[in-house]
Design a protein around this ligand. Structure first.
Ligand SMILES: Cc1ncc(COP(=O)(O)O)c(C=O)c1O
Length: 400
């Protein structure tokens, strides 16, 4: 049919001869053409059959989610692992908790989570009748007693290592106790990425990431991902995600995919730099204490060696002279930027008490080692000698 020029303006003129793109394209479309009404009905029922509407799923974010799922499941035997990308790490947590829990249920968790997650679990989720129980997840006997006593606990949510105090929790021990009580386990694996730690291997049910951090690695995407196993669990979580509207847009997912191409190289370098910087700092005369899992004397060094392949790029320390000296140090750095994020290629400094954990009760902060003078460092991939010299100069400024 010979169409008029106004019609040709609005219709797409796809090149039907094109071959498969070598790198992942960004699908900047809100909807997808359906071959027929029958096909549309099938895809509406089963999102793995195709794409309909980008809030439900998008080929770009699906491809990235599938890649992260492959990494989390690599050599674990979990061949049915799947991923769903979300608009942020926080939306991954919200989506998962709201899909798995209902009014009357309780979440057992630790006090030293990322501050935003503590606020979500303590202040927001309870509005929907889901209560938070804070405990010491390092103490497995205590967890066992709590699960025996309180049958309303349906889910254990944890981070290991914790942010920022780097406490490690025995994933296998928690997963075993949880399974014995029919309780779900969810782990935030943001600090490690699957290159360092694979919670599915130790029996965890779900893994979430803020992909805004190491998986993207370049500080230019806000996004998250939920990883789980079995098609039934996928349908449950996907149905909640599409109705909450917590989907990840194609552009942010694409930026994560780009970053992931160098993830293996970056995690090696972050870990090597972090170890070298920690070793240097621990003997510095301006330093009060250094907290890095890779240091042999660390109280969680042994557990970290058991469940992590590397010790990661995160460390924290206290400067002699408390908060005042710490502020002088942070303001004197020239390489490390003061930024409330982590996992980027460049070194990032953060003061948890005034930034990520500002809204957390002081007593909970202190109980979990987040003192007013604690400084967190996300060590980048710069030349290590430049980093050491910059830290040394800024530390010496605190002594003058
Ligand atoms: C360990 C951890 N989990 C989750 C989040 C939340 O991620 P997002 O900022 O992508 O929502 C953060 C943010 O800093 C984090 O550090």
């Amino acid at each position: 049919m010979n169409q008029r020029i106004q019609t040709l303006c609005v219709k797409e003129a796809h090149d039907k001869k094109t071959t498969k793109p070598h790198t992942l394209p960004i699908y900047a479309t809100s909807s997808f053409d359906l071959p027929s009404i029958e096909d549309g009905m099938e895809i509406f029922q089963d999102p793995t059959k195709g794409h309909l509407y980008a809030r439900f799923n998008n080929p770009t974010s699906d491809a990235v989610a599938a890649k992260i799922a492959l990494l989390e499941a690599h050599n674990t035997g979990k061949n049915d692992a799947w991923g769903i990308m979300t608009s942020s790490g926080m939306s991954a947590i919200t989506t998962l908790l709201l899909s798995l829990l209902e009014a009357g249920d309780k979440v057992l968790t630790q006090g030293n989570l990322y501050g935003g997650t503590t606020e979500l679990i303590k202040n927001q989720i309870p509005k929907y009748g889901i209560k938070a129980v804070l405990t010491n997840l390092v103490d497995i006997d205590l967890v066992q007693r709590q699960l025996e006593r309180d049958k309303q606990i349906k889910l254990i949510y944890f981070e290991t290592p914790s942010n920022p105090a780097l406490d490690c929790i025995d994933i296998k021990a928690i997963a075993d106790v949880a399974q014995a009580h029919d309780v779900i386990t969810v782990i935030d694996n943001t600090f490690c990425t699957p290159l360092i730690q694979q919670p599915l291997l130790f029996g965890a049910d779900y893994v979430i990431h803020s992909t805004s951090k190491y998986l993207n690695g370049h500080g230019n995407s806000i996004s998250g991902v939920i990883i789980g196993t079995t098609p039934e669990r996928y349908n449950k979580v996907w149905s909640t995600m599409k109705l909450l509207g917590t989907n990840c847009n194609a552009w942010d997912a694409w930026l994560v995919n780009n970053g992931m191409k160098t993830l293996a190289l970056r995690m090696e370098k972050h870990s090597a730099n972090c170890l070298a910087l920690s070793e240097y700092l621990k003997d510095h005369r301006a330093i009060e204490s250094v907290n890095y899992l890779g240091l042999p004397g660390h109280k969680f060094h042994e557990l970290a060696s058991k469940q992590m392949k590397l010790y990661g790029g995160m460390m924290c320390f206290e400067v002699k002279g408390g908060l005042k000296a710490g502020i002088k140090f942070m303001n004197s750095l020239t390489i490390g930027s003061l930024a409330p994020t982590m996992g980027d290629v460049d070194t990032l400094i953060m003061h948890p008490a005034s930034m990520s954990h500002l809204n957390i009760e002081k007593s909970i902060r202190l109980e979990n080692g987040i003192t007013d003078s604690l400084i967190r460092v996300s060590v980048g991939i710069e030349d290590i000698q430049d980093l050491i010299e910059d830290f040394d100069r800024a530390l010496m400024a605190t002594l003058s």
